[in-house]
Write a protein that binds this ligand. Structure first.
Ligand code: HEC
Length: 579
């Protein structure tokens, strides 16, 4: 039994790509095909930057020639396992699958890399992207761990049947002093608690060190259950799913779910008196990491369902009531990728004239000026839904691939964004904001208005005043994913029009934050005030281990909220009873 993807990232990023880079030809072909380059001039980069470079993390040729003195030694691999457990496991995970923007070491890439290059890379590290240098480890131990990650670890991972890892809690972190408001962590999250972070609250970069605190997701203990505000009830709508991610309600009330890792789009229909689906069917399968789902044209009678996969925007013919695709898929556009953030959220404008696709960055903070594989990433792209030539709608948005949505009342596009890592516990806030056409949101040179990222000091001073401060700053490292506008009829009137969003949860924070559903009040006028509210919590146990991780969220036809959770592989139903 293959292990499920425990760690499709906290913020949806996986193996970095710098190395499997596009060469110049691929790059040009890809963009010539699918993108109208809005800022063509800015994208013309000197030829030298496109030099074919197949070396691992740009390792020098000399690295490739270094021979592993322990090549093939099982004793060395065994010793390497201990080195790994002591130094690497906290980030890359026991099974080596990574999480957040920590890449998987078992996705097959390392096995084809020269040992000398892996040795070179772990010696040097990549501090700006969160990988420490291991130069202080004796060379012998570095070679041992290289042997382990290249040989035994991939095997161990594939043989491990259960996705539930043993508890891995650093209890000293739980004894950490209480967080200083407006920042918080899971210990203080509480349904109904209102929070507001402003730019004046931001600490300096590196005020705290960059934490390594990826969750080992544990099985949900019998006595653990999501917690909602008074008057609400949480039920289990569906369980036993396989990597449930985006949720969306079709115009006829069917519920569509992306099970990204197996590559399925699943549809649920109806609700029994026990609050379970009456029918569950695979609408389409065999896709490569499907995530975003949207029906076209908007309104009661769609003809197509559009699906964002990592590299391609697809569509299937659709008529109300279909539980299996009648044809397709049709390739609508190629999307920039594949490395790093892999989720592609999609949405249509209210009038159906525009199709939006969010494409997250390939890395934590690589500079697109010198990393051609970042071009047209960290953007929201737009095109005509039936003749799709993508152009940039808004830029500098590190990763909105987890969630974009159009406010059904105002028609404004909104996004839910994972900001960058490795600047400390309380930088940089994730955010939810309405999106201005042509707007620039800072990544990677700036953040939250005119705050320069220290890793890009001195760069692009001309952009400083152009950086938009988002509407609602969330806890840093929350990994904010799908968002939805509440237009249902079940919750009290004060919730009407508000945003609900799923926060997958942090890895780059000493004490976890996120792992909750939040509410962003829009005050019945479509405007956010910067406030958000903890809404559904309880996915982290008092000992710090997480059992649940919210990803998708949608409003069911009866007005309850459905929340997908790829920690416990289930869908929760949050309904209002008033009691
Ligand atoms: C603090 C968290 C952290 C620790 C601890 C850590 N890593 Fe990493 N590692 C990362 C991150 C983040 C990256 C991605 C860096 C980048 O984008 O360049 C990475 C990248 C790598 C890569 C490159 C993978 C690829 O496909 O590009 C290898 C190999 C690697 N780490 C091995 C190790 C080994 C071996 C250890 C232990 C000696 C270790 N790491 C410890 C965070 C960590």
């Amino acid at each position: 039994m293959g292990e499920r993807l425990v760690a499709i990232g906290g913020d949806g990023i996986q193996a970095q790509v710098k190395l499997q880079t596009l060469n110049r030809k691929d790059f040009m072909r890809r963009f010539a095909k699918s993108c109208t380059l809005v800022a063509a001039a800015a994208l013309i980069v000197p030829t030298i930057l496109f030099a074919d470079d197949t070396n691992f993390h740009n390792a020098p040729d000399s690295a490739q020639k270094m021979k592993n003195p322990y090549q093939g030694s099982s004793a060395a691999a065994q010793a390497g396992k201990t080195v790994y457990a002591r130094n690497c496991l906290s980030c890359h995970g026991k099974a080596g699958k990574g999480t957040g923007n920590v890449p998987s070491l078992v996705d097959g890439k390392l096995t084809s890399v020269a040992s000398g290059e892996v040795f070179w890379f772990i010696t040097k590290g990549d501090k700006d992207n969160g990988m420490p240098s291991w130069a202080q480890l004796p060379a012998k131990e570095r070679w041992q761990v290289v042997t382990y990650v290249q040989t035994s670890l991939p095997l161990a991972g594939s043989q491990q049947g259960s996705r539930v890892a043993p508890a891995d809690t650093n209890t000293s972190k739980l004894q950490a002093p209480p967080p200083k408001p407006p920042f918080t962590d899971f210990r203080y999250e509480e349904p109904g608690q209102v929070r507001k972070i402003t730019v004046n609250d931001l600490p300096q970069p590196y005020a705290t060190h960059s934490a390594e605190n990826a969750p080992q997701v544990v099985a949900r203990p019998e006595n653990a259950w999501p917690i909602a505000p008074p008057g609400f009830k949480v039920g289990l709508y569906a369980a036993g799913l396989d990597n449930p991610r985006t949720l969306i309600t079709a115009p006829n009330g069917d519920i569509f779910l992306a099970e990204s890792e197996p590559g399925d789009i699943r549809v649920f229909r109806g609700m029994t008196s026990e609050g379970k689906p009456e029918l569950s069917s695979i609408f389409a399968g065999g896709l490569k990491r499907p995530y975003g789902i949207a029906f076209y044209p908007p309104g009661p009678d769609p003809r197509w369902v559009y699906i964002g996969t990592t590299m391609e925007l697809l569509r299937f013919p659709y008529h109300n009531g279909d539980v299996k695709a009648s044809g397709g898929p049709e390739d609508i556009a190629d999307l920039p990728g594949p490395g790093g953030h892999w989720t592609r959220a999609v949405a249509f404008s209210k009038d159906g004239k525009e199709l939006f696709v969010a494409d997250g960055s390939g890395s934590n903070v690589d500079d697109p000026d010198t990393h051609p594989d970042e071009k047209n990433r960290a953007d929201i792209l737009v095109c005509d839904p039936t003749n799709c030539h993508l152009s940039v709608y808004a830029s500098g948005i590190r990763n909105a691939g987890g969630g974009i949505a159009v406010d059904p009342e105002t028609g404004e596009l909104w996004c839910s964004v994972n900001e960058r890592d490795a600047l400390g516990d309380n930088l940089v806030p994730d955010y939810i904001t309405h999106v201005q056409e042509g707007g620039f949101y800072g990544w990677p040179w700036w953040y939250m208005g005119g705050h320069q990222d220290p890793r890009h000091a001195g760069k692009h001073p001309e952009l400083k005043d152009k950086v938009i401060v988002p509407d609602v700053l969330l806890q840093p490292h929350n990994a904010s994913l799908e968002l939805t506008f509440y237009e249902g009829g079940q919750l009290p009137a004060e919730y009407k029009g508000d945003i609900f969003a799923s926060e997958h949860g942090s890895w780059n924070k000493a004490v976890r934050a996120g792992y909750e559903v939040i509410r962003v009040p829009l005050h019945q006028n479509g405007d956010a005030s910067g406030e958000y509210e903890d809404f559904v919590t309880g996915f982290v146990l008092p000992d710090g281990n997480a059992w649940g991780r919210p990803v998708g969220i949608t409003v069911a036809p009866d007005g309850s909220l459905l929340v997908s959770d790829d920690g416990s592989n289930s869908i929760w139903r949050v309904s209002y009873t008033g009691k």
